[in-house]
Design a binder for this molecule. Structure first.
Ligand code: C5P
Length: 222
């Protein structure tokens, strides 16, 4: 049985998460935040004191992750080994570690079926880097959402300030640029738009305009 899948790919901080959440609510679809799965692999390796340079040990951890995603009002809570780790996943440190382990072919392979299993009734919004190219190549609609690195860094900086967290703009920009390089440069499933994806540059667009553009595109496909 196949269910409708809409893929939202793009670099860090382009607004994929917010867009995916809005679309999931609008259509009543499930949500796959595939970045959270790579972050979980990195966090689990850290908690188990496993060296993230050891590809096969990290792949083994990823294969057997004990994880659940529970819908909440503001998104999805991530439960690892029975503990809510939603906050610990979001640090820059874990983001960078996730980007490192995401370049390992055996880690990506270990996570393919787990990601595909999210496609279920009545449909799925899948957010990531390779949703449209590798995980769901037959998706019903594919979006590639991007924005300039500086725009993305500014948004991240503002989010952290609003949340009352400390933030260093130059460090955030450097991390975003490094992750772009890692994601676009890796040999397996590099960050790239699928041939049949709709490209949206959100540098000068608000999230409502982005969402409206996507909804109009989806309606045009019917
Ligand atoms: O999207 P997020 O920033 O949470 O992803 C963390 C890292 O996981 C990314 O920098 C990227 O390296 C990796 N990732 C990936 N493929 C995906 C989703 C995330 O390689 N589908």
């Amino acid at each position: 049985m196949t269910y409708p899948v809409i893929t939202i790919d793009g670099p860090s901080g382009a607004g994929k998460g917010t867009l995916s959440l809005l679309l999931a609510k609008q259509y009543g679809f499930h949500l796959l935040d595939s970045g959270a799965i790579y972050r979980l692999g990195a966090l689990a390796a850290k908690l188990l004191d496993v060296n993230i340079d050891d590809e096969s040990a990290v792949a083994n951890i990823c294969q057997y992750l004990d994880v659940e995603f529970e819908p909440t009002e503001s998104g999805v809570a991530v439960i690892l080994n029975g503990q809510d780790v939603s906050q610990s996943l979001r640090t820059e440190e874990i983001g960078m570690m996730a980007s490192t382990i995401a370049a390992y072919p055996s880690v990506r392979e270990a996570l393919v079926e787990r990601q595909r299993s999210f496609a279920r009734n009545p449909g799925l919004i899948a957010d990531g880097r390779d949703m449209g190219t590798t995980i769901f190549p037959n998706a019903n609609a594919k979006i590639f959402l991007t924005a300039g690195a500086e725009d993305r860094a500014k948004r991240r900086y503002n989010q952290l300030m609003e949340a009352g967290c400390e933030a260093d703009y130059s460090q955030i920009l450097a991390d975003i640029e490094q992750r772009d390089l890692n994601d676009a440069g890796r040999a397996v499933s590099p960050l790239a738009p699928a041939d049949d994806a709709l490209l949206i540059d959100s540098s000068t667009m608000g999230i409502d305009e982005v969402c409206q553009t996507v909804v109009s595109h989806l309606q045009s496909l019917k």
